[in-house]
Every structure is written in structure tokens, then in C-alpha cells.
Design a protein around this ligand. Structure first.
Ligand SMILES: Cc1ncc(COP(=O)(O)O)c(C=O)c1O
Ligand SMILES: [Zn+2]
Length: 430
């Protein structure tokens, strides 16, 4: 990979506390650099000391069987052998997200002309987005590092998940968001924490501020900054679940929304691990990324055929996806290109239409991120980029009640009438 920006990275540990206990990270072996492969001991680090590349978790997996996994709890901890968490994780005060429904989407499939379509619906997690998965893994790491504060910069959903999980675990939380976020997303954090900080700026400004605070304040675990390697692994559980729920089989095509790009890269990592562990048959699959036009740096790079992602200033109703300088963008490009998928983007009107389409065909109310994903799915069909004869999964990552404003002007009462049968007849709705 050629285009990593080697910014000055602070490598200060997040804690000077007691040593990490034996087995704290299960079968995880080390932190490995995604760029140069250099490995370091597991600890509160996120950037390579050799080349500043991002670190991710490397494992020595034992034999893991389908039966062992199936005997586990109906949440993400059924995959604990594949995550950087201790084997006694079930006793920790986590929110237990995961094992959300995988629904056959016959109506949406017929509407779009896709023969075999599924929706993985992550809006039913404890705080109604997939972020509960990553936060559960980050909380486990923060606990092992004896962190004093559990924090994040967020486009909204992550802040909700951090604030709720921290409240339940009894750890102080401080969450940072752009000040222009939707009211329900702000309330959904503020109800759990006294320390919601609204920053006058976009997500990329908030993220920069968080990195600065992480370097200054000792013992702060910023889930997606200085404990990012542990946090990001939580998204793998989406991939594991999809495969298990399909009967231990990988889909042929999958469509995933992209903000930082972490989720997409980790679903791919999960599929690769399942193949290596012999838990699913090795077969080709295509990964597609979905963005909104008003924040589409990865899609733009895909379309122009470059490796360099040009940061943008976000301007879209899909605020949860509004990251103008995506940390994992180059890896998303690589995966989508290598697997024969694509990265596509749609307008805000198409995002709104995507929300209504999913609601009216499948009875699922998604937020703007899901509207983006469903809208991109439709565009991929219309532009011939998606094979409609292949088994396809689309991920709904968050709940529509958090972004009501986005479609408030689109849907509403068909009529407002006096309480009489005659008035009702006059509407023509009978
Ligand atoms: C609902 C929702 N979907 C998708 C994403 C994208 O996740 P990632 O940053 O891992 O690409 C986010 C990120 O905030 C989100 O809130
Ligand atoms: Zn490196």
C-alpha cells in the first residue's frame, strides 16, 4: 500500500497502570503493522514504531469448531476465541450486542430485481447501531489497560454506544461530537453521560482534537484512536454472524456503508479468517462500499482509479458517514478492487428514497447510513455493477428513529380530517 500519510503519531501508552494480566487478550498474539508487518507486544498502542502505519491484532488461533461457537451465547461473545478479549469476558459488565437478525428480503429483492437478497439488521443492538459491537471490544481492552476514562470522537452512533456501555460498566465517559448533529443522536448520548462535548467543527476536527487530548491526558481510552486496534476487531463479528446465519457459508456479494472504512475492512478480515480456520468453504465474494455523494472521498478515488484519497469537507444528510478523511479508506479501495466489487455514492435525495424503500418493502426503519447503503445497492443494480443472480447481503447499521429529520418532509399523514366517516370517505383512502 503506497499512500499512508506519515503524520507525527503520539505513541504514549494510555496508562502507566499495573501490568497487563496473562490471557487478557485471549488468542491475540501481537500488534502487527498493516504496512510493514512489524510486530510489537500487545498494549495500548495504535501506530507502528517503525513506519507510523496502523496496527492491527494478529492471532495464534487454536482449532475452533462450529459446534463450540454454536454452543456460545447469542451475542458477539460466541466468537470470543476470535477476538482480543479474555476468555472470562462473559462476566464483564458489557452490553452484550450482536447476533442480530439476518432477514430474507424478498420484497426488496423483487423491487430491485435481485433474486436472493438478505438484510443484516444491526439496528436492534443495545443502542441501535453496529457500534455496540466495537465498543464492547474497546471496553474490554480499556478495562485491561486500567483506563480511567472511556472516550471517543464520533459522528453520533459511536458516542451513543460509548456513553451507554460506560454507564453500565461504571467508568467515566467523555464523548465528543460535531455540534451540528441530529437532536436524537445528541439526546441518545446525553441521557447516558454528563460529559457530551459538542465541538464547533466537522468530524475530522473532532477527531484531531481527540488525538490531541489522548496525547495529553493519561489513562484516557479513546476507543477509535488509541485503542483502535482492539475496537476495530468488534466489527468482525458482523462478518462471522452473516456466515453462520447463512448456514456457515459466505455470501457472493455484500454491500457495506463506509465512513472511516473500518467496518468494511473488518468484515472482509472476518471472512478470510473463517476460510483459514476451515469454518466456511473458500469461495470468491465481492465487497461493495457505499457513500453519500456529499462525503464520498473513497468512492471518488475508486472512480478515478487512484490509490490516493483526497480528503473532503462533508456536506450530506448522512451525518453518521460524514468522515472527510477516512483512516481506512485505502484499505477499502484495495478490498473492493481485489474482490471485484466497487465503491459507489448517491445523492441525499437517493439516501432519503433508500430509507423509504427499505421501510415500505421490509418493514425496517433505517437511519441515513442504511438509506445510503440501500440506495447504493439500487444504483449498483441499475448501473450493472452488481450481479442480480448472486446471493447478496446488505447491512443496515443503524436505526431510523435517530435521523427522523432526514425524512420528516417525505412522509407524514395522507390526510388530516374531522372525526367522521364521511370525512374519511372523502379522502379516497377506503
Ligand atoms: C450507522 C453507521 N453506519 C456505518 C458507519 C461507518 O463505519 P466505519 O467508520 O467503520 O466505516 C458508521 C460510523 O460512524 C455509522 O454510524
Ligand atoms: Zn510499520
Amino acid at each position: 500500500m503506497s499512500t499512508v500519510v506519515a503524520e507525527k503519531v503520539d505513541l504514549t501508552p494510555t496508562t502507566a497502570g499495573p501490568a497487563i494480566r496473562e490471557g487478557a487478550f485471549g488468542n491475540a498474539r501481537a500488534l502487527a503493522c498493516r504496512e510493514c508487518g512489524h510486530e510489537i507486544e500487545l498494549g495500548p498502542h495504535y501506530a507502528c514504531s517503525e513506519c507510523f502505519g496502523p496496527l492491527e491484532i494478529a492471532y495464534d488461533f487454536p482449532v475452533v469448531t462450529r459446534e463450540e461457537i454454536e454452543a456460545g451465547p447469542r451475542n458477539i461473545w460466541r466468537y470470543k476465541a476470535l477476538l482480543p478479549v479474555p476468555t472470562d469476558i462473559e462476566q464483564s459488565p458489557n452490553m452484550e450486542p450482536g447476533f442480530t437478525r439476518l432477514l430474507k428480503a424478498g420484497n426488496l429483492g423483487r423491487e430491485l430485481g435481485i433474486d436472493n437478497l438478505w438484510v443484516k439488521d444491526d439496528s436492534t443492538n443495545p443502542t441501535n447501531s453496529f457500534k455496540d459491537r466495537v465498543v464492547a471490544c474497546a471496553l474490554s481492552a480499556a478495562t485491561e489497560f486500567h483506563s480511567k476514562v472511556f472516550a471517543c470522537p464520533s459522528t453520533g452512533n459511536l458516542a451513543n454506544a460509548v456513553a451507554a456501555a460506560g454507564a453500565r460498566a461504571g467508568i467515566k465517559t467523555v464523548v465528543f461530537i460535531p455540534s451540528n448533529l441530529e437532536t436524537p443522536k445528541q439526546v441518545n448520548s446525553a441521557v447516558f453521560t454528563e460529559s457530551l462535548v459538542a465541538v464547533n467543527g466537522n468530524y475530522d476536527d473532532v477527531n484531531k482534537l481527540a488525538s490531541e487530548i489522548a496525547g495529553e491526558e493519561e489513562g484516557w481510552a479513546f476507543v477509535n484512536v488509541n485503542v483502535r486496534p482492539y475496537y476495530a476487531e468488534g466489527s468482525k463479528t458482523l462478518g462471522y454472524e452473516i456466515a453462520e446465519q447463512l448456514g456457515w457459508r459466505l455470501p457472493d456479494q455484500i454491500v457495506i456503508p463506509v465512513a472511516s472504512g473500518s467496518q468494511l475492512t473488518k468484515v472482509h478480515k472476518a471472512f478470510q479468517e473463517l476460510i483459514k480456520l476451515g469454518l466456511v468453504e473458500d469461495k470468491p465474494y465481492k465487497v461493495f462500499g457505499a457513500q453519500a455523494e456529499g462525503c464520498s472521498p473513497v468512492s471518488a478515488a475508486y472512480k478515478t482509479g487512484t490509490d490516493a484519497i483526497r480528503p473532503v469537507k462533508p456536506d450530506t444528510i448522512a451525518k453518521s458517514l460524514a468522515i472527510g478523511n477516512p483512516a481506512d479508506g485505502i484499505y477499502v479501495l484495495d478490498i473492493c478492487r481485489q474482490t471485484g466489487g466497487a465503491v459507489e455514492d448517491i445523492t441525499d435525495d437517493e439516501v432519503r428514497a433508500g430509507i423509504v424503500l427499505l421501510a415500505r418493502t421490509e418493514g425496517i426503519f433505517t437511519e441515513t447510513a442504511g438509506g445510503t447503503t440501500v440506495g447504493v445497492l439500487k444504483k449498483l443494480v441499475e448501473t450493472g455493477q452488481l450481479d442480480t443472480t448472486l446471493e447478496t447481503v446488505v447491512i443496515n447499521t443503524g436505526h431510523g428513529l435517530k435521523t427522523l429529520d432526514a425524512i420528516a418532509g417525505q412522509v407524514g399523514p395522507a390526510a388530516t380530517i374531522d372525526p367522521s366517516y364521511a370525512a374519511f370517505r372523502a379522502t379516497g383512502l377506503a
